[in-house]
Design a binder for this molecule. Structure first.
Ligand code: NAD
Length: 305
């Protein structure tokens, strides 16, 4: 369908650029940049996500390894592992795969913040988050997809469904920030954030009035045909494992029915997710290059003191 906005071509373009950057890095420094994933236990969806990231990393030429402590690992054990990776000079990026097992869930934020900002490939640490929330791969992916559509979002009614710190909130910020200085295509929209506590009537009314809906709730069948207007643009960020299966994932939007009214709509799977993986690897290369520069600068300073 020509109104379906697939992630693959966008992801491929980003990955091609990553490959060029990676080749250049290897040529210059005679080593592959390295991304280490920390997977606690063996959550089936997490394993699949890791596999996808691994595959893309291989294609680009990034070394990817998985540290996989047992499910019942203690908080202290994970802290130790993160610190070891922080201090390991051969590691350019650390990825803490979420969600953590139940007994560690309350420690998620604390463990995220243990990762050194220089190796924080997800852009979650306070230092990176405060500097720019568009470094977060899924936010960057939404940005890339909107740029692909090529329509300015200025003055448009946008509904973002979901308000979480690392997904909904930074996406809302991306769409509402001023573009006066950057001259960007994405930004300056009128953004409404809907969330769990938004009264259903309001929720439906805002969606019906939206030029662009970005759904990041993780609730299948949340956005239905009667809730959207003609020519709406829909970016479906939500991913839920459909019940009884390990491998079938669905988005928040009733794709088949909403597609009929949409100007553009992203599918799940095959939409935002693929672009997110590409954006993650883009970050890894940025971090790897930044680390070399920083080490060089430190050396210079030391030589002069
Ligand atoms: P979360 O559970 O932290 O947040 C969900 C948000 O949705 C909350 O703010 C909540 O208020 C809102 N919400 C829940 N039910 C709602 C309802 N019925 N009506 C309106 N709002 C509702 O999850 P998250 O980490 O923000 O992730 C959101 C979704 O995005 C998940 O499905 C996750 O798997 C997916 N995700 C996808 C990618 C990707 O690359 N495609 C990356 C990150 C997250």
């Amino acid at each position: 369908y020509d109104n379906v906005l697939y992630g693959k071509p966008v992801a491929n373009r980003i990955l091609e650029k990553c490959k060029q950057d990676c080749d250049e890095y290897i040529l210059k420094y005679d080593r592959q940049p390295r991304l280490t994933a920390l997977l606690v236990g063996g959550h089936p969806s997490s394993k699949l996500y890791i596999k996808n990231k691994q595959k893309a990393a291989k294609r680009v030429g990034i070394e990817f390894n998985v540290v996989n402590p047992v499910m019942h690992s203690t908080h202290e054990a994970i802290v130790d592992l993160i610190q070891t990776l922080n201090n390991d000079d051969s590691v350019d990026g650390i990825l803490l795969q979420l969600p953590l097992p139940l007994h560690l869930i309350d420690q998620t934020e604390n463990l995220i913040q243990m990762i050194h900002a220089d190796k924080d490939v997800d852009g979650f640490t306070t230092e990176n988050y405060c500097q720019s929330t568009t470094m977060i791969p899924v936010v960057d992916a939404v940005h890339e997809l909107l740029k692909e559509i090529g329509e300015p979002t200025k003055g448009k009614n946008v509904v973002v469904i979901g308000r979480s710190k690392y997904v909904g909130a930074p996406i809302a910020l991306l769409l509402s920030r001023s573009t006066v200085l950057s001259n960007e295509l994405v930004g300056d929209a009128h953004v409404t954030i809907c969330h769990r506590e938004t009264p259903l009537d309001n929720f439906k009314m805002h969606c019906k009035n939206a030029d662009i809906i970005i759904s990041a709730a993780g609730r299948p069948r949340l956005v239905t045909h009667d809730m959207v207007k003609k020519d709406v643009i829909v970016i479906d960020v939500g991913i839920t494992k459909s019940s009884g299966s390990n491998t079938v994932f669905v988005g928040d939007v009733c794709f088949d029915e909403v597609r009929k009214s949409a100007k553009f709509i992203t599918p799940v799977p095959g939409g935002v997710g693929q672009v997110t993986v590409a954006c993650l690897l883009k970050n890894l290369l940025t971090l790897a290059n930044r680390r070399v520069t920083k080490a060089f600068m430190n050396e210079q300073t030391n030589n002069h003191t």
